[in-house]
Design a protein around this ligand. Structure first.
Ligand SMILES: Nc1ncnc2c1ncn2[C@@H]1O[C@H](COP(=O)(O)OP(=O)(O)O)[C@@H](O)[C@H]1O
Ligand SMILES: [Mg+2]
Length: 256
């Protein structure tokens, strides 16, 4: 059975009226979104700014049940019951007054878990996340890439088998972004969770994913579902291949 099943999801926001208008306005954001994701798949959701990507992740995280259609995770209807997922917001800042370790401990703290035990589980992971020796640093003393890796580690330590990542590398410079992509694939291949990765970067989507779901401009729906057949582990050479350009062309033409 697929792990995530979204069927004909329709989402409106109710927007406060402008001066002089009496009725609330309804803004259609998602107009019939349907897709499936298998367990342990890496799927990117690619679409222009404002098409409803962040909205879709909020629904998948179970934070908003005000929509039509249905979303099932492991057979559970999200309107009936929340399923825990690891969710990283588009602007997921670390708390500046907390150290790196205290930031990564946050999900455990919220759940009331044993923090000493959790810290012992996190400590060996710091190395793989490139954060060794920085556990007592505060965010301002870390590089942009390190802050993102800390936020990803915090997300990974949340309860759940699904990681919802909302443009995690969007604010990074090109070189750091590329390093972070390589690193993400590396840790993903080791720790394997299902990943739904939101981006508006075509190269990034093709390089990382098993499948790319392309969304239309708002009101968003999935206009293309492209399987990326590159073997893993992925290598940067693939970006220069004609197969890569083929995928890119297919995506570009479906974005028109
Ligand atoms: N809470 C909200 N209330 C009203 N409109 C919203 C709200 N959140 C987002 N929107 C609108 O919904 C549309 C989609 O937003 P969003 O999901 O953030 O798009 P994306 O992440 O693809 O850039 C935008 O037009 C945005 O202005
Ligand atoms: Mg967004």
């Amino acid at each position: 059975m697929e792990q995530i099943l979204a069927e004909n999801v329709i989402k409106y926001y109710t927007v406060a009226p402008e001066n002089g208008k009496k009725l609330n306005e309804r803004l259609l954001v998602l107009s019939g979104v349907s897709f499936k994701v298998e367990r342990n798949e890496f799927v990117s959701i690619l679409g222009p700014s404002g098409c409803g990507k962040s909205t879709l992740l909020r629904l998948l995280a179970g934070l908003d049940r005000d929509y039509e259609g249905s979303i099932h995770v492991d057979g559970t209807d999200l309107k009936e019951k929340r399923v825990p997922v690891c969710y990283m917001l588009q602007k997921d800042y670390l708390m500046p007054w907390r150290t790196l370790m205290e930031n990564v401990l946050l999900p455990a703290e919220i759940e009331g878990a044993d923090l000493k035990k959790e810290a012992e589980l996190i400590r060996p992971m710091l190395k793989e996340f490139g954060l060794e020796e920085f556990e007592n640093y505060r965010p301002h003393a870390l590089s942009g890439g390190m802050r993102q890796r800390a936020a990803l580690l915090r997300t990974y330590r949340m309860r759940g088998d699904i990681m919802l990542l909302d443009e995690p590398f969007g604010a990074l410079d090109e070189i750091t972004r590329i390093q972070m992509q390589d690193w993400l694939l590396d840790v993903w291949e080791r720790y394997r969770k299902t990943v739904l990765f939101v981006t508006h970067n075509i190269d990034e989507a093709v390089f990382l994913s098993d499948r790319v779901l392309v969304m239309s401009p708002r009101p968003g729906r999935i206009v293309k579902d492209i399987r990326i057949d590159f073997p893993r582990p992925r290598s940067r050479d693939m970006l220069l291949s004609s197969q890569f350009l083929g995928y890119k062309g297919e995506i570009l033409s479906s974005l028109e």
